[in-house]
Design a protein around this ligand. Structure first.
Ligand code: SF4
Ligand code: SF4
Length: 403
């Protein structure tokens, strides 16, 4: 694709990156077939190729308005288009650049600005989000049935084993997961402990994903630097990995090295954090698990962050099969469930349609349970699922896989 970016933008680092990405697109349209918003809306402007054209126009200095912003807002950043693209177009990085640019040029309505501001204020703060959740639980008896389902019951975290092994990994808690499902990280800690690995819990705060996806890049960088500062002493002590149980957060931490590549104070540290970052499956698949699933029928929802961003498609499914679970076929497994960070709040109609489609596919063969790998998907699907939705680590623990 030929490009004529505005001179001022073309000379910037973001401009050079955007130019290279735009030029790698050959307009073939293979990506449109896998795009959830194109499937739902049937509009080329809501397809990856259409969005790439719109971002190109934007960066070439053409006048764009709230229509273009809407088409970019509707994108889930699920990255299914990247997996399908034969030319290796880095769509998500281009979308980040385009979104930051349009945010600076096209003013949003006051209600939209307020909602986005509230989300950025509440969600990345474990304390504020936890308080809001407690309030929701208190008010649950007087809430409507649909709101009630959005508020999960309080669950205990369970015991976190003491640090006793020479092998050690760091487990950052993230922002919303400790309030919503505190048992996921501790299930990982117990499993690792049984296999000679100590998990060190860390309240390192938000990884910056919420701000990043709400087009507040400077705020995101602040969160990233704070996370790195919190992790750094443990990295210097020699932890062998940073294990992140929410694949959405893991996908963000994988980007730290790239996002801070020009930061003289943090570039090297960010690269180190990215190099140490692991999804739990990358460690658990090397452990000697007992086969204890006893043929329990499981439908696995593979989060976009796990399969399209971290490129770990099929790995959890293989591990669960090895542990004795019956993995059911899930049609259109590459399609997003509609959770996508704050997407389900900002685009409730599209998110609701994607959730219904996903649950129909997951429940088609009557699973006893649905497993996933990301807290956002878990919470989103649990609001309407007929069977419980859990993190696959909880599933392993409940069925007693151990050394
Ligand atoms: S599949 Fe890749 S190269 Fe083809 S139109 Fe989509 S982004 Fe461009
Ligand atoms: S990231 Fe997902 S929603 Fe966005 S254009 Fe690509 S496939 Fe479509």
């Amino acid at each position: 694709m030929q490009t004529w970016l505005t001179q001022a933008f073309a000379d910037s680092e973001a401009g050079k990156e955007a130019d290279a990405i735009l030029r790698s697109c050959v307009h073939c349209g293979f990506c449109t077939a896998v795009c959830p918003t194109y499937q739902l809306l049937g509009d080329e402007l809501d397809s990856p190729r259409g969005r790439i054209y719109q971002i190109k126009s934007l960066l070439e200095g053409e006048t764009v308005g709230s229509e273009t912003q809407l088409h970019l807002d509707r994108c889930l950043t699920c990255r299914a288009c990247e997996t399908a693209c034969p030319s290796g177009v880095e769509y998500a990085r281009l979308a980040d650049i385009g979104r930051a640019e349009i945010e600076a040029r096209v003013p949003r309505s006051l209600p939209q600005r307020l909602l986005r501001r509230v989300l950025r204020f509440v969600v990345p703060s474990t304390a504020r989000f936890g308080l809001l959740l407690k309030l929701g639980r208190l008010l649950k008896p007087v809430l409507s049935a649909s709101l009630k389902r959005r508020i999960p019951i309080s669950k205990p975290a369970g015991i976190w084993p003491r640090i006793r092994h020479a092998r050690r990994v760091l487990v950052p808690a993230g922002c919303v997961q400790p309030a919503l499902e505190p048992g996921i990280d501790s299930a990982l800690a117990r499993l690792f402990d049984q296999h000679g690995i100590s998990a060190i819990p860390l309240n390192s705060g938000c990884c910056g994903a919420v701000s990043h996806h709400l087009s507040a890049p400077d705020e995101a960088i602040g969160y990233i630097r704070a996370s790195i500062d919190a992790m750094w002493p443990y990295i210097e002590e020699g932890v062998e990995a940073i294990v992140i149980t929410a694949s959405g957060c893991g996908a963000m931490v994988q980007e730290f090295g790239h996002l801070l590549r020009d930061d003289p104070a943090y570039a090297e540290k960010a690269g180190r954090v990215t190099a140490l970052c692991r999804d739990p499956v990358q460690i658990v698949e090397n452990l000697k698990l007992n086969v204890t699933g006893k043929g329990c029928r499981v439908a696995f929802q593979s989060p976009c962050s796990l399969q399209h961003a971290l490129k770990l498609e099929g790995r959890v499914e293989a591990l669960l099969k090895r542990a004795g679970f019956e993995l059911l076929v899930v049609e259109d497994a590459a399609v997003c469930c509609g959770s996508a960070g704050t997407y389900s709040i900002l685009q409730p109609k599209l998110a609701g349609e994607l959730k219904s489609q996903k649950l129909a596919a997951l429940q088609k063969h009557q699973p006893e349970i649905i497993a996933t790998a990301n807290i956002g998907c878990l919470t989103h699907l649990n609001t309407a699922s007929e069977v419980p939705v859990v993190h696959w680590l909880q599933l392993l623990e409940e069925t007693g896989s151990s050394a």
